[in-house]
Design a protein around this ligand. Structure first.
Ligand code: URA
Length: 265
């Protein structure tokens, strides 16, 4: 059943007046699609490029700086190579326990990049981020902004493999995964990044301050504006904070618009 916009805002516990923007045509939701900066004639078959495929080309994890050992650095990988590298990664113990790495999903030429913490059980089983209850709320948040996974948005996580028991990923695990996230950001070139919760803040901004103190501020990563908000799973347990998350998304949207139309001097 599809919800009306008003129903979505009600679902989020908020109901602002909201004006739609014009949209670009949708790109594919398929994370295995040739990604940004991937030439059309890429020699990597798309069917081999996905997170569920172990690739003999990149069987072992590629630590950043691997170029010095004759392997391409993660920072030099194109999108399909990066997806393969993540699928085969054993850079930290999470790689031993996962069913599959969860690379990300969405529009590979996005305006928005949302970054969460790490896959849970459902994501681990399905190979897609945010497919559980928190994901439903995230989808409603996106819909309220008139965007959706695969339409103006890419969704990724700070760590690509499920931490056992859905615990918070450890700093070392996030550090091991960071080169992949960095390369995703560099290839996707989003116009705005929204960090969902503390783990994403740690991974991107290297900041461990209380989340509440980081909200409502414009940060920057690689020249891209960054906004911090609550993780959807937290919002499911703290319903009154949904309204704050909505404020954060409106703030992010303002920054995105400012970027699209810089003020004249
Ligand atoms: N929580 C996250 O942070 N990421 C997911 O993919 C699912 C739940």
């Amino acid at each position: 059943m599809s919800l009306s916009r008003e129903q979505m805002l009600v679902e989020m516990g908020i109901s602002p007046i909201w004006v739609l923007r014009d949209r670009e045509p949708a790109a594919s939701e398929d994370p295995l699609q040739a990604g940004p900066e991937t030439p059309a004639e890429t020699p990597v078959a798309l069917s081999e490029a996905g997170p569920r495929t172990e690739s003999p080309a990149i069987a072992a994890p590629l630590p950043d700086g691997a170029a010095t050992q004759g392997l391409p650095s993660i920072a030099a990988l194109d999108w399909p190579e990066l997806a393969r590298a993540v699928a085969g990664c054993r850079a930290c113990p999470l790689g031993e326990q996962r069913q599959q790495a969860v690379f990300g999903v969405g529009d590979t030429r996005p305006d928005w990049l949302f970054i969460g913490e790490g896959p849970g059980a459902e994501e681990d089983a399905r190979g897609e981020p945010f497919v559980g209850q928190a994901g439903k709320l995230l989808d409603n948040m996106l819909a309220a902004l008139d965007i959706a996974r695969g339409r103006g948005v890419y969704i990724a996580n700070a760590v690509k493999c499920r931490p056992p028991g859905n615990r918070t990923p450890e700093a070392a695990e996030m550090a091991a995964c960071r080169p992949y996230l960095e390369r995703q950001i560099a290839l996707l070139k989003p116009k705005i990044i929204v960090l969902l919760g503390k783990a994403a803040v740690h991974a991107v901004l290297h900041d461990d301050k209380a989340l509440g103190s980081l909200r409502g501020k414009r940060f920057e990563h690689a020249g891209i504006p960054v906004v911090v908000t609550y993780h959807p799973a937290y919002l499911l347990r703290n319903l009154p904070d949904k309204a704050k998350a909505w404020e954060d998304l409106l703030f992010a949207r303002r920054l995105l618009k400012e970027r699209a139309t810089p003020e004249l001097p």
